[in-house]
Every structure is written in C-alpha cells, then in structure tokens.
Write a protein that binds this ligand. Sequence first.
Ligand SMILES: Cc1cc2nc3c(=O)[nH]c(=O)nc-3n(C[C@H](O)[C@H](O)[C@H](O)COP(=O)(O)OP(=O)(O)OC[C@H]3O[C@@H](n4cnc5c(N)ncnc54)[C@H](O)[C@@H]3O)c2cc1C
Length: 379
Amino acid sequence: MAEEEKLPSPLIEKAKLFAHDHIVTQAETWELDRAMAVTTLRKAVAAGFGGLLVAKKFNGSGASFTDTARVLETIAAGDLGFAFSLVVHNNLAASLSKDEAQRARYLDKMLSGEEIGAFCLTEPEVGTDAAAIKTRARRNGNGWILNGAKAWVTNAVAADIFCVYAQTDDAGGAAGIASFLVPRGTPGLTIEPAYMLLGAHAMGTSGIVLKDVHVSDDVLFLPPGRGFKGAMAGIDLARVLLSAMCCGILGRALDEALGYAAGREAFGQSILAFQGLQWQLAEVATDLEAARLLTYRAAALLDEGSSGTIAAAHAKKFSTRAAMGGVAACMQAMGAEGLRTKRPLSRHLAAAKVAEYLDGTTDVQNIVIARSLVRGQSR
Ligand SMILES: Cc1cc2nc3c(=O)[nH]c(=O)nc-3n(C[C@H](O)[C@H](O)[C@H](O)COP(=O)(O)OP(=O)(O)OC[C@H]3O[C@@H](n4cnc5c(N)ncnc54)[C@H](O)[C@@H]3O)c2cc1C
C-alpha cells in the first residue's frame, strides 16, 4: 500500500489529482522533447505546491516535513525531474520567507508561479567539495561585482531568480561564502542552453555564467559567514525529500510491472503465475517498504525537531539504490515492453541514476554515516 494511501489528507489528494491531470499525461513528451516542464511548474506553484514549506501566515501551506515528503512521493511517481524542479523552487521560497525584506520583494510572485527560483552552488570544477567554490563577489562601492560560472543549475532554463553562492574572501573557505539573489536579465548574466542528459529533462538543468555582474547591496541575501551555512541548512530535508521521490518512482514501476505481468501470457499461463517473477517483484516490494520506512522515519525526526542528519543519509542512500535496482528489475519483469517510452520505466530508471548525484552522492551519505560510526567509537 502506498504511504499516501495510509493517511489520506487533502494535500496528498490534491497532489494525486494534479499528478494525474498534468504530469502523467505530459511526462513522456517532456523527456522525448528534452524540454523543461516550465508551464506545468508554474501551474503547480499556482495550485499551491510552491510554498509547501512556507508558513501559513505568509500564505504558504505550512505543511509538515512528512506531508511535504508525501506530496513529493506522489508527484515524483509521475516524473521525478518535475518533482525535483518543484523542490528547488520550494526551498528558495521557504528561505526567502524567513527574511522580511526578501519576503516583501519576492514571496508573492514566488507563490503565484510568476517567478521561479534556482539554487546555484555547484560549479564546473567544484561539486562535492562545495566550500571550494571559485565564483567571486568583490565589493564595489555600495554593491558587488560577481564573476564566475555555475554548473548543474536546476530550473536554470526558465528561472527568474538565481540564488548564487560566491566567495567574498581572497583566502577562500566556507566563512567567506555569501549568497546573492540575481534576477534573470541582469546584465552580465548568461544562461547556457539546457544540458542534454540521460534523463530528467523536465527539471531544465543548465549552467550559468556571471561576467562582471554588478548588483546592489539589497541583492545580498546571506552575508559572508551565513552563506555556506544557509546552503547546507536544508540539506537533511532535501535528502529526505529525494528519498521520498525515489519511493514514488519505485512504487510506480512496481505497479506498472504487476499490471503488465498479470495480463501477459507465456507457456499457457500468466507470467505473474511464475514464482521466479513473483519473487523478483517481491524483492522490489521489500526494498520499497524499507525505503519508505527509512524516509518517513527521517521525516518524522525532522518534524519533531530532532537531528535527522544520519537518518536522512541512510534514507537517501538506501532509496536511490533501491530505485536503481528495483526499477530495472520491474523493467526486466515486463520483457522488452518495459523499454518502451510510452511506459514510465525507462524515464524512472534514468531519474533514479540522476537522484544518486542530487543533494550529495552516495559517497557523501557514506561519509556522513561513517563519521557518526567513528565518533561513536571514540567516545
Ligand atoms: C540533474 C542535476 C541537477 C542538479 N541541480 C543542482 C542545483 O540545482 N544546484 C546545485 O548547486 N547543484 C546541482 N547539482 C549538482 C550536484 O549537487 C552535484 O552533481 C553533486 O554535488 C556532485 O558533484 P559533482 O557532480 O561535481 O561530482 P564530484 O564532486 O566531481 O565527484 C565525483 C565523484 O567523486 C566522489 N567523491 C567526491 N568527494 C569524495 C569524497 N570525499 N569521498 C569519496 N568520494 C568522493 C563523488 O561521490 C562522485 O562519485 C545537480 C546535479 C544534477 C546531476
């Protein structure tokens, strides 16, 4: 039984309906056209899915982390790339809502879908070791001049506000990193064409280049000393949400394989009657159950205000791995039919691979987990 079916809630019901009406019907086209799903993204935001983590008093949904994860599980079952695109926008809206000046400037437009956000930390030469970013912000009178390049920017193709992390200190290091809210169209800001990838094109990923971008001081969002901490602040939640999204694609793949196998005959019987195939799918079901338990335990810890760092790392590592192996197993159970693009499995398999890089690779999750194991031994 899907997690969202256990605990019906209006928000989840609404997400299911949105996914059914607007995502499932278009996801194949987004992938085949290698196009960002920007019109549907704005529609999802306008429908109330852009401020899931924004407090109700600021016109957001004020959803718990658990409910947010359930919404994203549901939406990712339609398309993980689209769900991730929505998460990036939600995260920026939630951070801006905590700052009075930025809230007044951006929040209404971000909650209506008029403006879409992007998060720009990774660079062509710097990924995992994010504190080593090279994009520079130099003081210029009352403002700043930004120079550098960002890579792998989700939503870049259509985003209106780019939250750019840049180094302000010649000596480098995390303490010198600040973030700036650079609007699309700012002179010196170039958006590169969308990357052509294995999959997940709905998220409109590309690079951006900043060449002598002059910005005023009110574009400074998080000052030096707070920028890097701000970038890392939501990382546990981001991992839990990605884990939920992987549960979404794995659940969808399992349903698809079961439905197909029940109707397909070989050697005079339904292929679902073969014990080998049943067990193959039973393995997927166990992994899905475990992935959901890890995901929603981590979400519950975050909702309680406990540290969910280790739980989120376990969940993200396990769910991405379960999705990679499980979606492939479901495709195998469907024979060659599983390869067709009209079925969601090849799109979900590509998305599972992409998920292994987002919000910290599996190696990074192992660093977090191993660190806690080693700490436990040295007490
Ligand atoms: C589709 C997509 C969208 C993305 N969207 C965004 C976005 O919106 N904003 C953003 O800022 N970034 C985004 N990213 C970037 C993503 O966060 C990075 O890909 C990720 O942080 C890894 O960085 P990298 O790809 O440069 O790998 P690298 O850092 O070059 O690492 C290469 C390999 O080395 C391993 N490795 C690195 N360090 C260690 C270590 N200490 N121990 C063991 N192994 C290690 C890694 O796990 C990896 O397998 C996106 C990525 C993708 C694929």
